[in-house]
Design a protein around this ligand. Structure first.
Ligand code: FAD
Length: 446
């Protein structure tokens, strides 16, 4: 035990910080965690959780329409944004309390306020100094705001959960997962949505066939896309915002939402004074054991900009705590991390895209299933699901699985086990189909 106030002081009570605090305390360390906003962090307070609840809420719009073909007649249906918004906020409050209880029950001291390093062992939290033997930076990331005049008139994912009323028109700048998810939510709730992006594609880095399918389905549903465009200025006008593009065209909207990616929270942490090095992406540079260049300072999660996902931050925090305070050190395995886009319809993906696999293995075999789910057929929906398996030709191992269609993320989690385990296409084929499901396509692709 050190002669500092704490054995470990964690900056940031989000996914990575809370897990690291709890596990380190479980190993007997005296732990404090500093949080300047709300315990739970991005995922719980203004990320995955409230987002997914909005996705659920918005999906009823299509479900209620489809229900008619299944014999249900629902008269006078009406959507009330404040009800959804406030119920989601109440659930976030409940989870926030649960996270706080977890910290309290594990004897982790919560220090509320902004934390800044004064030296390698001293942290100032809202004017009070605390010393610690080891310091873990888990300060996360924040939405990127572009440097265009009037950018401040736009909102980000931080504000979107608290809109006083549902706008008539929303423009979303960006085409990553957050942009496409909120485009789907707003559109389903009856908002006129336009997604604008600099390049001509959406969901860069995802299997292009699936991204293209989402684009086609979204356009058919009535979402607007303005691709290959450059937004130069945002002007406030009497009834909303006017967007000025480089080609001289303008577009008016009620709400502009920036969804252009997330930047690591490295500012005002006192990193320069202590000499903690950043990498070329402006994130805290760490090795595979989450060590920075300063011997007693570590970092996990989004602030290190490795894979910005909650389960990754949690594992990194857990691995850090076990290595530094436990007796069984282990490393996070970044291979075959499943991920999803909760768009409408959603995507799920694990492993390599076809292009990545061709680069890595040379010879690959690709299997696709392009089908209309049974439920969609009866509902009269034309949109098709697309599943794609990428197989290393030399070993027959399935090295990538990608899908777009109803419940794709739910199905993908199970497929990820098979891909991670290195199962072969023959083993997929050897598995009996579970009929009638959508996921049976995974074992029927010939
Ligand atoms: P965070 O959870 O961001 O926690 C960092 C904490 O540090 C924050 O609470 C912050 O207030 C605090 N902090 C920062 N600086 C200081 C300081 N100086 N002093 C004190 N406290 C400080 N991931 C998924 O896996 N699935 C999803 O579906 C998903 N959806 C998302 C949707 C949205 C809209 C967003 C924005 C993110 C989403 N993510 C999703 C990403 C996920 O939220 C992050 O990857 C995850 O929260 C990272 O955890 P973290 O511990 O690194 O940081």
């Amino acid at each position: 035990m050190s002669n500092h106030d704490f054995d470990l002081l964690v900056i940031g009570a989000g996914s990575g910080g809370v897990r690291a605090s709890r596990i380190a305390a479980g190993h007997g360390a005296r732990v404090a965690v500093a949080e300047e906003f709300r315990v739970g962090g991005t995922c719980v307070i203004r990320g995955c959780v409230p987002k997914k609840l909005l996705v659920y809420g918005s999906h009823f719009a299509e479900d209620l329409v489809d229900a008619r073909r299944f014999g249900w007649h629902i008269e006078g249906k009406r959507f009330d944004w404040p009800t959804l918004r406030d119920n989601v906020a109440a659930e976030v409050d409940r989870l926030n309390e649960l996270y706080q209880n977890t910290l309290d029950n594990n004897d982790v001291t919560t220090l509320l306020g902004h934390a800044r390093l004064l030296d390698a062992h001293t942290v100032d939290v809202a004017g009070t100094r605390h010393t610690a033997d080891k310091i873990l930076i888990a300060s996360g990331a924040r939405p990127y705001l572009p440097d265009v005049p009037g950018a401040e008139y736009g909102i980000t994912s931080n504000e979107v959960f608290h809109l006083p009323e549902l706008p008539g028109r929303v423009v979303i700048a960006g085409a990553g997962y957050i942009a496409t998810e909120f485009a789907g939510v707003f559109h389903a709730l009856g908002v006129d949505v336009t997604l604008i992006n600099r390049s001509e594609t959406i969901l860069r880095g995802w299997e292009p066939a699936l991204a293209d399918r989402l684009l086609q389905i979204s356009m058919a549903k009535g979402l607007n896309f303005k691709l290959n465009c450059r937004l130069e200025r945002v002007e406030k006008i009497s009834d909303g915002l006017r967007l000025h593009f480089a080609d001289g065209k303008t577009m008016d909207t009620d709400v502009l939402m920036w969804a252009l990616g997330r930047v690591p929270n490295v500012e005002d942490l006192g990193l320069e004074g202590v000499g903690v090095a950043l990498n070329e992406k402006g994130a805290i540079a760490v090795d595979e054991d989450n060590c920075t260049n300063v011997q007693n300072i570590f970092a996990v999660g989004d602030v290190t900009d490795r894979v910005q996902l909650t389960p990754v931050a949690i594992r990194e925090g857990h691995s850090f705590a076990d290595r530094q305070f436990g007796s069984n050190p282990w490393r996070v395995d970044y291979n075959a991390i499943p991920s999803a886009v909760f768009s409408n319809p959603p995507l799920g993906s694990v492993g390599m895209t076809e292009a990545q696999a061709r680069n890595a293995y040379g010879q690959v075999r690709v299997f696709t299933s392009d089908f209309r789910p049974m439920k969609s057929v009866l509902a009269g929906r034309t949109e098709r699901a697309l599943y794609k398996l990428v197989v290393d030709a030399a070993t027959d191992r399935v090295v990538g699985a990608h899908m777009i269609g109803p419940d794709a993320p739910e199905i993908l989690q199970a497929v990820a086990i098979a891909v991670k385990a290195g199962l072969t296409k023959a083993q997929f084929d050897d598995t009996m189909a579970l009929h009638p499901t959508m996921s049976e396509e995974l074992v029927l692709m010939r």
